[in-house]
Design a protein around this ligand. Structure first.
Ligand code: F6P
Length: 359
């Protein structure tokens, strides 16, 4: 048996742990493993497919990023190809992927990715490729699994940052508004805001009214707590309004979320008269060493993916169905977004502590 592994979409802490576990587990079965560099891009480039053995994955469990590189601009169904005149045209190269895999005698592709990469994996499976998915994203927005790996490290990074904001907010009697990642879901904001005792947490699942947030801040000042921390998910939506987006990227591609914290901070300052600062934690949330929880989950996922390949259970994704790791159909992960349940335990527990959701 020869298997291939690739990592696609935004990086997440724990990718290297998945790669190591998959390679070591497969090698112990006597299998060959190759890595495809930079998503699917490596299939179309000389040197883009590399052989992986125990030596190539030594000492990488704790390292962030991915030794294979990644890309969130390289779907084989719409792949950027430079034309003779220098312009770029999007081309469907999915048939070439299937042919290359045959040429390389790959029995199974282990695709490690978020919703975009797993959707590609599902489409390739429909074209006859043997694929097994591994759910990765700091956003934790994939259905079918309780947690994705990378999420808890991002939450830890955000929690540490909010802890630091507390001391400066208190020293200056300021409101600090911090914007966290998560795309159209509020998992990171909810978990980090709860862990770091934010005063308000604004998430896309609960449209906010900034006047309610201002009420919460005023009530703190009235009680002599003259500072406040507001955590805003990048996809947060004002009631009756829209999420905040950055300008169109110069290199093309879809619109990116951004600006939510700045917009809210300005309104809070106007409404409360308290000095308010905003910051965006950004890609720091994706970087660095995976915490132990994510390493363990990623290692388990890597091994489980190889076991599924051995059983011939293609078209599946490994998933955490706590306490077990199981297989779910790829479709279960990508057909819809896993959003924070607005009446779920974490939201209710936050409300019980007086945290405002701006509603
Ligand atoms: O999906 C992971 C994520 O970090 C999101 O939280 C964020 O919106 C997006 O990727 C940012 O993507 P990029 O790396 O293209 O800036």
């Amino acid at each position: 048996m020869r298997i291939a592994i690739n990592t696609g979409g935004g990086d997440a802490p724990g990718l290297n742990a998945v790669i190591r576990a998959a390679v070591v587990t497969a090698r112990r079965k006597g299998w060959d493993v190759v890595g495809i560099r930079r998503g699917y891009g490596g299939l179309f480039k000389a040197g883009g497919v590399v052989s992986l053995d125990e030596r190539s994955v030594r000492g990488i469990t704790h390292i962030g990023g991915t030794i294979l590189g990644t890309s969130n601009r390289g779907s084989p169904f719409s792949f950027p190809v430079e034309q003779p005149d220098g312009s770029v045209r999007m081309v469907d190269r999915s048939d070439e992927v299937i042919d290359r895999m045959k040429e390389l005698e790959i029995g199974c592709l282990i695709a490690v990715g978020g919703d975009g990469s797993l959707r590609i994996a599902r489409e390739l499976a429909a074209k006859g490729l043997n694929v097994i998915g591994v759910p990765k994203t700091i956003d934790n927005d994939l259905e079918g699994t309780l947690f994705t790996f990378g999420f808890h490290t991002a939450v830890q990074t955000a929690t540490d940052a909010i802890d630091k904001l507390h001391s400066t907010a208190e020293a200056h009697q300021r409101v600090m508004v911090v914007e966290l990642m998560g795309r159209h879901t509020g998992w990171i904001a909810l978990f980090a805001g709860y862990a770091a005792t934010a005063d308000a947490i604004l998430i896309p699942e609960i449209p906010y009214d900034v006047a309610r947030v201002a009420d919460k801040i005023r009530s703190r000042w009235a009680r002599g707590r003259e500072f406040a921390i507001v955590v805003v998910a990048e996809g947060a939506i004002p009631a009756g309004g829209e999420a905040s987006y950055l300008d169109k990227p110069a290199l093309g591609g879809g619109l990116r979320l951004g600006g939510a914290a700045k917009r809210i901070a300005r309104r809070i300052e106007e409404l409360t008269g308290h000095e308010t600062r905003s910051l965006v934690l950004g890609h720091l949330q994706r970087g660095g060493r995976p915490i132990a929880f994510d390493r363990i989950l990623a290692l388990r996922f890597g091994t489980a993916a190889v076991e599924l390949a051995e059983q011939g259970r293609f078209g599946c994704m490994v998933a955490l169905d706590a306490p077990a790791v199981r297989a779910v159909p790829l479709g279960a992960a990508v057909d819809s977004l896993k959003r924070v349940p607005v009446d779920g335990d974490m939201v209710l527990a936050s409300r019980a502590l007086g945290i405002s959701f701006g509603d």
